[in-house]
Design a protein around this ligand. Structure first.
Ligand SMILES: [Zn+2]
Length: 294
């Protein structure tokens, strides 16, 4: 396998550690027992390539499997927050968001004995409708965020948001480092390749082409994944009624997923979000303008 040029930019590999059923179907459901073994499969995959990544861990996961959080930290990975209960940020109040953040941060910090300063929102749910969330993040002690999807999709994203890391000015005038997940330019528009359904459905050649484009232009890419993408038999074994449509959308590409990640880890330089952030030169600033005055 060919590694890219002699001194290519470092890319970040990140894992949102959660339970598929609870995080995707209903945040009020209890966590199933599947996430510890699939998270350990991810840890093994990274260890086999001697790669350290960033794990955005849900507070509920930390409560149910504290030893798993300690294992992730002990293996040298970066532990950060995916919030506490996986409620979509634009569905809760600023006060509820603050409590969710505080709770997850404290749980993780107590377990690992180190500061937690990075955050990724459930399903990228910081949008133009709830930019106040950026203020709350800074006020809760977070220094970087990876929750603003740089394209508008059906449920999330902000069109025109910078696709590269930037210093984001929050509504109250604070500054927060925003590190969006990867997208690349393809036939006149930007396509997300950072993770999720896109990553599962695109052939590896498309992902490789996108990463090459970004790295050749001097940009590191942020990739995100979930432990359940290493669990191809979940839908067969779950014992919970999942509609065929949801099953199709969610399970497509799971079988080939670990192999795709492995090829990517071999072909490109990967590290943690902090490694990517440390490699940045001058970081441009950005402020979102909202026309309705919110
Ligand atoms: Zn999530």
């Amino acid at each position: 396998m060919m590694k890219e040029t002699s001194n290519p930019p470092i890319n970040a590999i990140s894992v949102d550690v959660e339970d598929w059923l609870q995080s995707t179907i209903d945040p009020k459901l209890p966590l199933t027992d599947r996430f510890p073994s699939s998270t350990r499969a991810v840890l093994d995959a990274f260890a086999s390539r001697d790669i350290r990544g960033t794990f955005f861990i849900l507070g509920l996961v930390a409560e149910k499997a504290p030893e798993l959080v300690r294992e992730i930290h002990a293996a040298g990975h970066e532990v950060q927050s995916h919030g506490y209960g996986h409620e979509l940020v634009y569905t809760i109040s600023p006060e509820a968001f603050r409590q969710d953040l505080d709770r997850s941060k404290k749980l993780l910090e107590d377990l690992i004995g180190a500061r937690v300063t990075g955050y990724r929102a459930p399903a990228f749910t910081i949008t133009l409708d709830n930019l106040w969330a950026l203020d709350v993040l800074v006020e809760c002690g977070f220094e970087y965020d990876s929750s603003v999807f740089p394209l508008k999709t059906g449920r999330y994203g902000i069109d025109g948001a910078p696709w590269y890391p930037h210093r984001l000015k929050t509504p109250s005038g604070y500054e927060l480092l925003e590190v969006p997940v990867a997208s690349f330019r393809c036939v006149g528009r930007r396509l997300p390749i950072g993770g999720g359904g896109y990553f599962r459905l695109f052939p590896y050649a498309v992902i490789r082409g996108g990463l090459r484009q970004l790295n050749r232009a001097g940009h590191g890419a942020t990739i995100y994944m979930h432990p359940y993408e290493y669990d191809p038999f979940e839908f067969r074994e779950l014992g919970y009624p999942v509609s065929w449509k949801m099953r199709l959308h969610q399970s497509l590409g799971r079988r080939g997923f670990p192999g795709k990640i492995d090829r990517m880890l071999v072909d490109f330089r990967f590290g943690t979000m902090k490694d990517l952030i440390a490699s940045l030169g001058e970081i441009p600033s950005h402020e979102h303008r909202v026309s309705n005055g919110r």
